[in-house]
Design a protein around this ligand. Sequence first.
Ligand code: URA
Length: 433
Amino acid sequence: MAAGAPDMVGVIGAKRDGRELSGEQIRAVIDGFTAGSVPPEQMSALAMAIVFQGMSRHEIADWTSAMLASGVRLDLRGLQRDGRGLTTVDKHSTGGVGDKITLPLTPLVASYGLAVPQLSGRGLGHTGGTLDKLESIRGWRADLTADEMSAQLADVGAVVCAATADLAPADRKLYALRDVTGTVASIPLIASSIMSKKIAEGTGALVLDVKAGSGAFMTSYEDAERLAATMVELGTDAGVATRALITDMSTPLGRSAGNAVEVAESVEVLAGGGPDDVVELTLALAREMLAAGGVTGVDPAENLTNGRAMDTWRAMIAAQSGDPDAPLPTPRHLHEVVAPADGVLSALDALAVGEAAWLLGAGRSRPGEAVSAAAGVTWHIGVGDRVRRGDRLFTLHTDDEQRLQRAVDRLERAAVIAADGESPGSRVLGRVG
Ligand code: URA
């Protein structure tokens, strides 16, 4: 039943002064905002008070439940293949630059007999969107009905598609408001946003990839760990077996950020190659997902080298009308940035690389804007590698030459070349759950 109209001025004042909101107040706020009776200016003020004052565990749980209750909750428990029930397990990343892991990971885990329902979003700002990347494959479609999604899960075991408008609509509306009011970076708001959608999606188990570093929402390890612990608790309380890895996002992942360039790199991983850090993270998350789904005694590296994960990828793309053999779009303009000095690449700033890819046309600044499939940045060396003056550092890909200069400027200080530098350690920094 819908809660009564909230006293918004009272609720905002209470949170501003650091008081705990009741479950009834929270339900009334979320219901009112979803229905349109709580106006955006009051919701923005409340979101900003939450950014500064935080929320208690009770409040976060109530906020998440209210957002979950604003829409439908899918039930995937009846999925079957060959008369046997299928276990569902999903992964969610808090978002980072060059984070294409969903692309190789989903078919890899499905190739071991689990069902992976990946309801994904589009990119906004400097972090790319999985659907935008996959849409660079000719014919591929993101929008599936709930029945199509279930049929594909039962058949192929892997699906990556757009979340329908009826899953946690309160979050959809609130996220758009937070994005333009400087209220994204808040642990209670991020945790409730992600978990309301993931619980609504109906997965049995969930592995979270919580990023820490300059290219992530959480720049410090401690904040990433607190976010991970909050989400693991919300998932577990809702009956979803949830665990999290905390992973490094101080440098961008792999060697590419953009759309088609990230698909190409993912296909390399599925063919048994690809950058070491992308392979490492794909395998670390695959191990967690397989364990969460009850598959033991397997080494996921095997299905990357024996072609099984690639077979599932091809089936997954074809099931959504995509042509896995079609050439990927190429940009009208390429521009190279070379190393200004001899030395070692000692740092590569993830945020700067993500913003350069966005400036080249890979991302959008408003919901609904078109993105360029061919736009992006590739880098030719990794942190710890030695370079000589004049060696290629970056290649910029764009369809619009006018976009080049700002992206070049943004990359100017992104790569630090020093006399010495160390190779980065593992991408996996810690785990929760
Ligand atoms: N991703 C989400 O879905 N929500 C947030 O608040 C942040 C990242």
